[in-house]
Design a protein around this ligand. Structure first.
Ligand code: NOJ
Length: 552
């Protein structure tokens, strides 16, 4: 099948289904809710949707724990609803990328149930089950997972344990078993044959584990990662999926490359290697923490962000494809993180962040609500939070007697639920998301920040996003131009140029809450100012001002 690489021209909108729109009045978002908002997406200008998991699931981790890969979680709707949604998207020129979660299944998946129940089950070898040390009294090694738990769970009172890098309800699949790989291929074909356009591959860099299963010393957070991140057979497995499935469809794959260096990630996307279309890496989101751990907070510094962006833009140029994002369902909202979400400058800051990442090389993703400048929830207590990760870490801190007020408050601020509060459609009691109390609290600022208001206000963040999306469309300089960093060491300004032959685009953004004089702006006199968030053409950039220029 001819690969058209359509995804290089895509602007992708991520929908987190349980928080997007409740169509049946049960307080939980669903597929009919999404269908009712398809025109909204079309008007925004996006041409692809990444849908977080809608498969059948006990929802231990909000759907990232799948119990049936071929059916829909009932409260979200039916397969018929799904097909209607897909058709509605395609009619509007919007493609659909599903979430593919195959590092693990749910512990409620029939494969796992059978594997646990019966030692001779053909599904036993679908999972990673090992005898414990000390006659089964200790787990097979000292690995720990991503949510602050040990990575092994004992099977009943037997001497065997199963591996789970996330919750106990998410047992890891054994990719060494060719039957598991065949199952995954069949799942892929099932959805692709239905018309789906690609997959966002959840924690894909974890699927191959070093078969020696060695302990690590010292064992600190995410212990054992060197044995299970970018494991020995990762590339082989991904190429096998490409060869046997993706090559036969004009589809795209974006791999979530957790804890990967640029050198490792590059190998996943060099086109001749035939593995993935693009990578979704997180290094830039670590510009406000130490050691890549969000709980070790440090004040955001734009120089760290620039350094990381420069590295990924430079290294992948001509040999791989980046995804571009500042938010998703696992990250807190961006305005209050890299700019400000305080009243006066909230809008300017959200727009500035939008323009800054949108014209880099790669495919931009917008997370639901980002386009109206939704903000963090400012949770006050653990009871307001639902996320299993936050609860696990909270319990761990309690156990370790880490001082509650410090950890507590900070934990709430970085919790993933900040991004998962219901989408704010209007200023009604439940923000137009639902007419009953939603599964997670509505942000208190729904009266000021909502879609209805954004559509009426010509100066809204939403209207700004419409502009940047439309400027990107069909623009060869943004798609293929060289990335050149400008003002690299500047303390508050992020500036870069994109260049294709003699056509140039320059983006200049002030990341600070204060003005900055930039004499270099004089040189832009012969450029056209195409997008900005202030009426200003002076040598002084206002707080959080952004300007996009072109010379053609
Ligand atoms: C990454 C997903 O984005 C996250 O939400 C989930 O908890 C883990 N993978 C486990 O599937």
């Amino acid at each position: 099948m001819k690969q058209t690489n359509w995804w290089k021209d895509a602007v992708i909108y991520q929908i987190y289904p349980r928080s997007f729109c409740d169509g049946n009045g049960d307080g939980l978002g669903d597929i009919p809710g999404i269908i009712s908002k398809l025109d909204y997406l079309k008007d925004l200008g996006v041409n692809c949707v990444w849908l977080s998991p809608v498969y059948d699931s006990p929802q231990d981790d909000n759907g990232y724990d799948i119990s049936n890969y071929r059916d829909i979680y009932k409260p979200f709707g039916t397969l018929d609803d799904f097909k209607k949604m897909l058709d509605g998207m395609h009619k509007r020129g919007i493609r659909l990328v599903m979430d593919l979660v195959v590092n693990h299944t749910s512990s409620e998946h029939p494969w796992f149930k059978s594997a646990i129940l019966d030692k001779n089950s053909p599904y036993r070898d679908y999972y990673i089950i090992k005898k414990g040390r000390k006659n089964g009294r200790k787990p097979p090694n000292n690995w720990s997972g991503f949510f602050g738990e040990k990575a092994w769970e004992r099977i009943g009172d037997s001497d065997e344990y199963y591996l789970h890098l996330f919750t106990k309800g998410q047992p890891d699949l054994n990719w060494e078993n060719p039957k598991v790989r065949e199952e995954v291929k069949n799942i892929l074909k099932y959805w692709l044959d239905m018309g789906v356009d690609g997959f966002r591959c959840d924690v894909i860099t974890l699927i191959s584990k070093d078969q020696r299963f060695k302990s690590v010393f010292p064992s600190i957070a995410i212990a054992g990662q060197k044995y299970y991140v970018n494991g020995p057979r990762l590339h082989e497995y991904l190429h096998e999926l490409y060869r046997d499935v993706y090559a036969n469809y004009d589809c795209m794959t974006v791999g979530e490359t957790v804890l990967s260096t640029v050198e490792q990630a590059k190998l996943l996307v060099e086109p001749q290697r035939e593995e993935l279309s693009m990578i979704f890496n997180f290094e830039h989101t670590d510009s406000d923490n130490y050691f890549g751990v969000k709980y070790f907070y440090r004040k955001f510094d734009v120089r760290r962000l620039k350094k990381t962006v420069d590295k990924w833009q430079g290294e992948l140029a001509g040999c791989g494809w980046n995804s571009l994002f500042i938010e998703n369902h696992d990250q807190r909202r961006s305005a209050g993180r890299f700019g400000t979400d305080e009243n006066e400058l909230r809008k300017e800051s959200a727009k500035m962040l939008g323009a800054t990442y949108f014209f880099l090389q790669g495919t931009p993703f917008i997370y639901q609500g980002q386009e109206i400048g939704m903000t963090n929830a400012h949770f006050q207590s653990i009871d307001e939070i639902q996320d299993v990760e936050a609860h696990n870490i909270y319990n761990l801190c309690q156990k370790m007697k880490i001082i509650k007020p410090i950890v507590g408050k900070h934990l709430f601020d970085v919790s993933r639920d900040n991004a998962r509060t219901p989408m704010q459609w209007d200023d009604s009691e439940y923000a137009g998301f639902s007419n009953v109390k939603p599964w997670l609290m509505v942000n208190k600022n729904k009266d000021e920040i909502n879609v209805k208001q954004s559509l009426e206000d010509n100066d809204s963040v939403y209207k700004f996003y419409q502009k940047i999306i439309s400027f990107r469309k069909g623009n060869e300089v943004i798609k293929d131009g060289e990335y050149i960093d400008l003002l690299r060491t500047h303390k508050q300004v992020f500036a870069y140029k994109r260049k294709l032959n003699d056509k140039e685009i320059v983006v200049i953004s002030n990341f600070a809450n204060k003005e900055v004089k930039l004499p270099v702006l004089k040189e832009m006199n012969n450029f056209e100012l195409v997008i900005s968030n202030y009426e200003n053409n002076s040598e002084v950039l206002k707080p959080y001002e952004t300007r996009v220029y072109k010379n053609y």
